[in-house]
Design a protein around this ligand. Structure first.
Ligand code: MG
Length: 380
């Protein structure tokens, strides 16, 4: 059974993570290194360290459009569109999507297969928050999870060690989840705290914060982004302590490329930061070798499972940043990732669930199975 999962994972393709700043750097580097990309009508600008040149935004966009073509710029906007819940296709699956669906079947349909793989092993649960436990909503400040979902996660945590792994600020996600018995890895895993249930002081439970030195620069970039996005109706900058999110869910689609370009122009000014694109959001974070995948490994180690073969980590998430965790599981050949997406897509996860409601059913099934096999009912 495990080899079946392994075989399926081997067929999976590379991550489709989009690194916006890298995309722009690539586009600009290509333009700089290949003079033929510039038409004679546009003067070749001087190169400055880092491969960038001081041209106005308008000029730069025009250069990209005229000389490099609109493909790269459009590809971010296409990517932004694809991540938008308002652009969910209701058309039948394409041949490619059908193939992906066969490679990554529903975790509900193949629940027995998952249970079989967990035989004799300790299941450890890792759950993303937005789009996984709560629906994606227009106002990120109101991304509440339902009471039913909270009850389910509470029961789940009474049987299996459970962690919330999110790009959000840890305190913010705790306000939403409100369960002191969980592990929390906020700021894309850069702010890890153990259960606070029996702790007098929350600080006591802090386990790891690898990006502490970046706090001043993150604060500065936050102020700059707030100031720069003031003129873009609907844009919202969220401070997540060790990283920042620029939400464009409520920005008119015709201004999305403007948001992408604005975010990139700020990030470029700071060494040691990187920008990635998530679902209707740009994520700006320290460019350190730390992500949700590393947080998963750290938590497994903290729980005493670093070199164990009798552990089955299960990671459920909907975002591109969750692919880092799916990749780690694939590399470890241990456990499996479950992608939450209403359309099949390229992923390093093994299974799919369509939406948070299906995540809840899956978690409820796990709880029921555990109750049946142990004969112990949760007291929560
Ligand atoms: Mg998410």
């Amino acid at each position: 059974m495990v080899s079946f999962i392994g075989d399926r994972q081997k067929k999976m393709s590379n991550s489709n993570a989009v690194i916006v700043s890298e995309t722009i750097k690539t586009v600009l580097s290509a333009a700089v290194s290949n003079p033929s990309l510039f038409t004679t009508a546009v003067q070749k600008p001087p190169v400055i360290p880092g491969g960038f040149f001081p041209v106005s935004k308008k000029q730069m966009l025009r250069n990209l459009e005229i000389n490099v073509g609109t493909r790269n710029l459009n590809s971010w906007v296409d990517s932004m569109r694809a991540s938008s819940p308002t652009h969910v296709k209701s058309t039948p699956l394409t041949a490619e999507e059908t193939k992906l669906m066969l490679e990554h079947p529903s975790a509900l349909d193949l629940f027995e297969e998952i249970i079989h793989a967990s035989r004799g092993k300790q299941i450890v649960m890792f759950l993303d928050y937005d789009g996984t436990l709560s629906p994606i909503v227009d106002d990120p400040e109101r991304a509440f999870m339902s009471n039913k979902m909270r009850k389910t996660v509470k029961k789940l945590a009474s049987y299996f060690p459970t962690a919330i792994v999110t790009g959000r600020c840890r305190d913010k996600v705790y306000e939403f989840v409100k369960l002191a018995e969980l592990y929390y890895a906020g700021s894309h895993g850069m702010d890890i705290q153990g259960p606070t249930k029996d702790k007098e002081d929350d600080e006591e439970a802090i386990l790891y914060q690898p990006a502490r030195d970046f706090i001043p620069v993150i604060n500065e970039v936050y102020r700059l982004l707030v100031q720069k996005t003031k003129l873009t109706p609907g844009a919202f900058v969220e401070h997540n302590k060790f990283c920042l999110s620029v939400h464009y869910r409520r920005v008119a689609e015709k201004q999305w490329s403007e948001v992408a370009e604005l975010v990139n122009s700020v990030v470029q000014q700071y060494e040691g930061l990187k920008c990635t694109q998530g679902r209707m959001v740009f994520e700006i974070r320290p460019d350190i070798e730390w992500d949700k995948g590393r947080a998963l490994e750290f938590l497994l180690e903290s729980l005493g499972f670093s070199n164990c073969s009798d552990v089955l980590p299960v990671y459920i998430g909907d975002d591109r940043t969750d692919e880092d965790a799916f990749k780690i599981l694939q590399k470890r050949e241990q456990g499996f990732g479950i992608l939450v997406s209403n359309r099949p897509r390229e992923t390093h996860a093994s299974y799919l669930l369509k939406e948070p409601k299906e995540v809840m059913f899956f978690l409820q099934k796990l709880v029921q199975w555990k109750q049946l096999t142990t004969g112990r009912r949760s007291r929560v």
